[in-house]
Design a protein around this ligand. Structure first.
Ligand SMILES: Cc1cc2nc3c(=O)[nH]c(=O)nc-3n(C[C@H](O)[C@H](O)[C@H](O)COP(=O)(O)O)c2cc1C
Length: 219
């Protein structure tokens, strides 16, 4: 099987968590002689090639980061200009990854994605969801590999099936909601630890000011 993967991430490839996840997914998918190609919408020079690949291929996977509980604007813009297919032979599947750990965050987006294949003249091939990916690009190599390993497994699975079964993707997406015990623990101790953690991340990303700075405040 040949798979066309389109990344709907707005961040350029070297900074994008979606790109890292696609890399892991591909390494599982390509293992047994399958082939794949990737198009990055963060680079507008690739849009024409991505649109051509969409129209000429029958297995398409759109991978995207969750943005405000739905799809990034550049992906919406790209898809709005794609002419619908007419032969009904294409399977269109999706991979959503987000920053918050609960899969429930992505369910609104999933509902929207479910409507797209029909509009584009394709069959729906399911949606793979995974949260807790915010820090992926900030991890050291060992921990990043650990976090990415399940995506390689899903690449292998997809190479055999050609779509995501709902039961399999729901299991992969867990937790749907954080357990109450975890939430209570976070409310008690988490804020302070998270503040510290966010400060370290901000520094790594080049932030020089305070995270709670209020430059436009009157008081
Ligand atoms: C503008 C914006 C909105 C986001 N909204 C959500 C959201 O609603 N839910 C969520 O779980 N993560 C959200 N995130 C986090 C990203 O989905 C997450 O960090 C992802 O791994 C980024 O992937 P990328 O590096 O490929 O862009 C948001 C990030 C940005 C920049």
């Amino acid at each position: 099987m040949h798979l066309v993967i389109i990344s709907g991430a707005a961040r350029p490839k070297p900074k994008s968590n979606t790109a890292k996840i696609i890399g892991a997914f591909r390494s599982g998918f390509d293992e047994k002689g399958n082939t794949s190609e990737v198009w990055y919408l963060s680079d507008r020079r690739q849009w024409e090639g991505a649109a051509k690949a969409f129209s000429e291929n029958e297995n398409i996977l759109v991978a995207l980061p969750l943005y405000v509980e739905n799809i990034p604007g550049i992906l919406l813009e790209f898809l709005s200009d794609i002419p619908p297919k007419t032969d009904g032979k294409t399977t269109l599947s999706f991979l959503i990854q987000g920053g918050f750990p609960e899969a429930s965050q992505s369910r609104c987006c999933e509902k929207y994605l479910e409507t797209l294949p029909e509009k584009l003249g394709c069959r729906y091939g399911g949606t793979l969801i995974k949260g807790d990916m915010f820090g992926l690009g900030l991890l050291d190599e060992k921990n990043r590999k650990k976090l990415l390993a399940p995506f390689t497994g899903m690449g292998r699975y997809f190479s055999e099936k050609g779509y995501f079964e709902k039961t399999v993707s729901d299991k992969f997406a867990a937790p749907e909601f954080m357990p109450e015990k975890e939430i209570r623990k976070f409310e008690r101790f988490g804020h302070t630890i998270q503040r510290l953690f966010m400060g370290i991340i901000a520094k790594k990303l080049g932030c020089k000011g305070k995270l709670d700075a209020k430059p436009y405040s009157n008081n």
